[in-house]
Design a binder for this molecule. Structure first.
Ligand SMILES: [Fe+2]
Length: 133
């Protein structure tokens, strides 16, 4: 039987309490779940391009918004945080290129990457950055 991937749940306990940040995080999880649909064969593989587009669009708008917000609130680790954002965009572009080159298992690799970012950046870095604001 083909492996079935599970949806990721957005837990309200993970809210930062800052609406603009939380709304974006929720949208991010929705992208992961669209990818789950592709992996489970419920959406066609060509929708990967929409996911890449949405995530890169999300990153472009959201990261700037988030960085400005942290800057306004004198977040001390802003430089390393910005660096992580840049690396995220580079990695997504890399995955998109690999997808266009029909690299094996790229959808699974992409999901692992998005999951890791969710756990390590969104739930840790962003949460730390917003906790004293
Ligand atoms: Fe961030």
């Amino acid at each position: 039987m083909k492996k079935q991937y599970k949806y990721r749940k957005y837990e309200t306990i993970d809210n930062t309490g800052i609406d603009s940040v939380d709304n974006h995080h929720l949208k991010y999880v929705q992208q992961i779940n669209d990818l789950v649909d592709i992996l489970n064969g419920e959406k066609e593989r060509k929708f990967m391009l929409t996911i890449f587009h949405n995530i890169l669009y999300y990153a472009e708008i959201y990261f700037i918004e988030e960085e400005m917000f942290y800057q306004k609130n004198d977040y001390p680790n802003l430089i390393s945080h910005k660096k992580q954002h840049r690396e995220f965009v580079e990695k997504i572009s890399y995955h998109r290129e690999a997808f266009q080159n029909n690299e094996d298992d790229i959808c699974v690799k992409m999901m692992k990457f998005l999951d890791r970012w969710y756990k390590e950046h969104i739930l840790k870095e962003d949460k730390n950055a917003t906790k004293d604001i």
